[in-house]
Structures are given as C-alpha cells and as structure tokens.
Write a protein that binds this ligand. Structure first.
Ligand code: FNR
Length: 420
C-alpha cells in the first residue's frame, strides 16, 4: 500500500518500477564501462538468458475466495524470523554504480530489515558498512583466498563486525570469460577498485610488506599502512598497473609498493586448488553458520551436507562465470529434493521481481537473492534507489501471494504452479 499511496499522492518513484526501464535508466546513470561490468555476463550471455527463460517455463496458478486480507511474508532463516524471504546477494565493486557503494546498500537493507551479504570485493570495508547498518542482519561473503591467514583474518573481522553467517562463493575460483569487460579492457581489481576489504586488512598489509622485502633493492622499507596501501592501489588505478604487472616502466614509481600490492592481490584473490577437504579449515576459523554459494548440482548439495554446511545458495553468479550453463531455477528442484529440508536453500540469478520470487519459493527455495536489480537502483538513485527496488520486490511478492490465494510463504508450494 505504501507504493500505491505514493502514486496516489503524485510522488513519482525514484527508480523505474519496470525492470527493463530500470536497467535502461542505470545504463544512462553510469559510464559505459561501469554498466558493462554491472550488467554483463560470461561469453555470449547464454546463461543469463537461460536464467530468465527458466522462469518463463512456470506459471502461477491462482486460487480464489480464500480470505487473503492479511498476509505474512515472514520466513525462518538460520534460526531467526525474517520479515521477508529476500536477501541481498553480494555485489562487488559497488563503487562502479555509486560513490556511496556498499554503505548505501547497507542502509537500504537495514531500513527494510533484509539481510545483506557483504561482498569480499567490496568498495568499503565491512566495518564501515556494519556501522551504517546498526543491529540489522548482515552476512559476509568470502572468496576463499590462497592465503589461510587472510581467510582467517577476513572471517574474524566479519565476526567482530556482527556478521551472522559466512557465505563462501565457490564459482569464482577463476574469473569468468566476461566479454564486455574484456572488450573494454576492464579488470576492476588491478585498477584498485573493489579491494577495500584487502586494503583495510592487517594480514594483507603484512603479505605486501613481505613481498616488498623479497623484492630486494635499497632504500627504506615502507611501513605498509592502510593509507599507504590505498594510495598504492590509487597509483595502480592511474593505469600504470598494467605496465607494472607486466614488469615494465618501473621508473614511474619511487617505491615498489604499488606493484607489490597489486601482485599480492592477484596472488591471494582465490585458490583454484580447493577441494571439499578444504572446508574443514573454515570450521576452525569460525563458529558462525557457513553457507556455500554456487551449488548447482544435487550431488554437490549432498556432499555439502556431508561436510556439515548450514545452508546453500543455488547460484550461477548471475551468468557471469560460465556461458551456456544450467539455469538456477532448473537446478533448484533437484537440490531441494536432495537437501530434504535439512538446511535452507537460497536461490539467486535471474530474479527480477516478486512473481519470480514466488516461483522460486514454490519450487522449494527458502529465500531468494536479489542481485543486479538493486545494483541498478544504486546506480540511479543511491541508497533510495536500492530501497525502492527491494521494496518493489517485496510489494510485488505480497500482491502475487494475495492474488494467487496464499496467506503466507509457507502456503506457497508446488501446487501453486503449473509447467507452462
Ligand atoms: C556479482 N556477484 C557476486 N557474487 C559474489 O559472491 N561476490 C561478489 O563480489 C559478486 N559481485 C558481483 C558483482 C556484480 C556487478 C554482479 C552483477 C554480481 C553475483 C551475485 O551475488 C548474484 O549471484 C547475482 O547477481 C545474481 O544474479 P542476477 O540477479 O544479477 O541475475
């Protein structure tokens, strides 16, 4: 009713309600390069298309005369009652959308009481976002680094910053073949974007210091402070980095620090040698619930349960990693069946509104992750834009539930749908 009341009083929305118009407005709000990064996917973007097409293969089957005058969108997730079945999926390099970046998203998530998964590739340190969110729910998303010390440090910081869960993203041990970014010669991290969790981390600073020391040379060793690290990346951002990483044009720099910082980042960003056995280590670092993001196969869901994980996120990273891959909505029922209700199963990738959320819930998702749409809202109108996009998802789900004859999320099930 808040959305309609605003319309009645003539208040125009800060962001387009229509999802196609939303993307179009975001395109206008940011640079071509930033839009390519936010909107793009892997290869020919067939996985992105498949994610959307999968929703089109289901239709909501309405029932009538069931007294839907009051509706309950709440769910139980990781031992807590949540007001709605939404979470905000982690989006790195949010500074590409808006200078307020992760802090703006955190404020919007807090205002709506929707858990926000803070990205490992954030543009603002997790402590800053946590402070902006007060006591509202946040989780931390970890890209499993080749440095155990860094993993332990990130997780410890997340605990101190009040994060309620660790979400380990498993589909980005290598960076996807991102055609739009490749054409724009854009790789955010070597340009010093989306690296705030690193520049604010004492273990990362120590790794850079060690690398500088190994590099030999004369002169005083820099004290690697967060400020110095940030400026090292700023030098990299200026474009010198490509030459530096290639090992050329060193005279551009008086100190070897920028090169060491960028090289250290590239070294520790991920670890493609991870296996299921590696999971045990994470358990040593934290007693927080651990969720695995990027589970697409029922057999992997079963293995995850064997390893005692507390939740799964069925995700293909919004089609940004593998081209021509399986749609998440198609993967969902098999995973849900294998999990058998033992842990929550969250779905993201391709969700573009409340009706999509309804479909995912009907196919067994416990909750639904919003991705690009809130990044577009951020690009258009900062924190207000994020808030409106998320609120619109909630409002559309509420109406869809009521119109289809459902009073609560618990009533949404396989019988609520028909294969198209
Ligand atoms: C992402 N995603 C992502 N996932 C993650 O685990 N860590 C991250 O840092 C990021 N960064 C990121 C940046 C951008 C610009 C996008 C679009 C996505 C993936 C994200 O969490 C989620 O899985 C997808 O966005 C869901 O797909 P849709 O809804 O965007 O299609």
């Amino acid at each position: 009713s808040e959305v309609y009341r605003a319309g009645l009083s003539g208040t125009r929305p800060a962001v387009p309600v229509d999802v196609v118009a939303l993307e179009r407005a975001a395109r206008k709000a940011v640079s071509a390069e930033a839009f390519a990064y936010l909107a793009g996917g892997a290869g020919a973007e067939a996985t992105m298309a498949a994610n959307r097409a999968a929703f089109g293969r289901w239709q909501i089957w309405p029932r009538v005369l069931r007294d839907v005058s009051s509706r309950d969108l709440s769910i139980e997730l990781l031992g807590r009652r949540r007001a709605t079945p939404f979470v905000l999926s982690p989006i790195g390099v949010a500074e590409m959308a808006h200078p307020d970046a992760d802090v703006a998203v955190g404020r919007a998530a807090a205002a709506l009481d929707v858990p926000y998964v803070l990205s490992n590739q954030a543009s603002r340190p997790m402590e800053e976002v946590a402070a902006a969110m007060g006591s509202r729910s946040r989780w931390f998303q970890l890209y499993w680094s080749s440095s155990d010390d860094l993993n332990a440090s990130f997780v410890a910081r997340a605990e101190r910053a009040g994060c309620e869960a660790i979400v380990v993203t498993l589909d980005t041990h290598l960076l996807g073949w991102r055609t739009r970014d490749l054409d724009a010669a854009y790789l955010p991290f070597t340009r010093g974007q989306g690296i705030a969790q690193y520049t604010s981390d004492p273990v990362f600073a120590e790794l850079v210091r060690e690398r500088v020391a190994r590099g030999g040379g004369s002169g005083p060793r820099p004290k690697v402070t967060p400020t110095l690290l940030a400026s090292a990346f700023a030098i990299a951002r200026s474009g010198a980095h490509t030459r530096l990483v290639d090992g050329g044009v060193r005279e551009a720099l008086r100190s070897p620090l920028p090169r060491a910082a960028v090289e250290t980042f590239l070294d520790v960003f991920s670890d493609p040698s991870l296996t299921w056995d590696s999971l045990a280590k994470l358990r040593e670092y934290t007693s927080l619930p651990v969720l695995l993001k990027g589970i697409m196969h029922a057999d992997d869901a079963a293995r995850a349960l064997d390893h005692g994980v507390d939740g799964l996120v069925v995700s293909n990273h919004g089609g940004r990693q593998i081209d021509a891959s399986v749609a998440t909505l198609d993967a969902l029922p098999g995973v849900v069946e294998r999990v058998g209700g033992r842990v929550p199963v969250i779905l993201d990738s391709g969700v573009r509104g409340g009706a999509d959320a309804f479909t995912a819930l009907a196919l067994g998702a416990t909750a639904v992750g919003i991705g690009r749409p809130y990044a577009f809202g951020l690009a258009i109108a900062g924190s207000d834009g994020v808030r409106e996009v998320v609120r619109n998802h909630i409002a559309e789900l509420d109406l869809t539930m009521g119109l289809a004859g459902h009073r609560s999320v618990a009533e949404i099930g396989p019988d609520s749908l028909r294969a198209a």
